[in-house]
Ligand binder design. Sequence first.
Ligand code: SAH
Length: 210
Amino acid sequence: MVSKKKELELNLSKISDFENPNVKFEQYMTSAEVASTMIHMADMNGDIEGKIIVDLGAGTGMLAIGSALRGPRGVIGIEKDKSALLIAKRNVSTISQEIMVEWVLADVEHVPIKTVDKVDVTGIMNPPFGAQKGYKHADRNFLEKISEIASVSYSIHNGDSIGFIESFVEERGGVISHSYSVVMELKKSQKFHTKTRKEIEMEVHRIRWE
Ligand code: SAH
């Protein structure tokens, strides 16, 4: 198992990105640095050992594979784009022969997990932000779903989401126990992006769903 954060980051730096990112699905890969920080923190908080990790919108596997490297009870990566899951599967074989992730091709709206006990489940995810027109707070559905299946979740949001997250979590009787902000460098992935790289400020929240 991987125990140092740097070692985790080094492993995750080998993860391949989306080949043809889909704008509507807001496909961009979490950086190895941001992913390893988040997963290391979850591990230190006791949210990985003995838990089933659920990654909603698993993409090419960054967060699911990173969590698997910390030896939880199991990892489930749910993603609606088949081509992303094919890359995720390849990524597992590149990184380690010893880890296993259950990949599920499904829309978050219809997550086929209901039987597991909430207490045993930790969500780790980077949901779409709703940056595209007409999709504002697309992360709402992801939070909604994870609140039903997990007792704790870690999620990455737009830099100005705290107000929305706070009221959403409060409405559901949850508690934000930790928050921090990160800057992530995004590579140009769409023709309409004018710069080759752009730094985006984001927020990470640990939420207890009670
Ligand atoms: N978790 C990955 C990818 C984040 S990008 C990482 O951290 O690198 C967000 C992902 O959510 C994309 O792969 C996108 O295809 C997926 N997605 C968007 N809407 C979805 C939905 N309704 N159901 C399932 N997956 C969805």
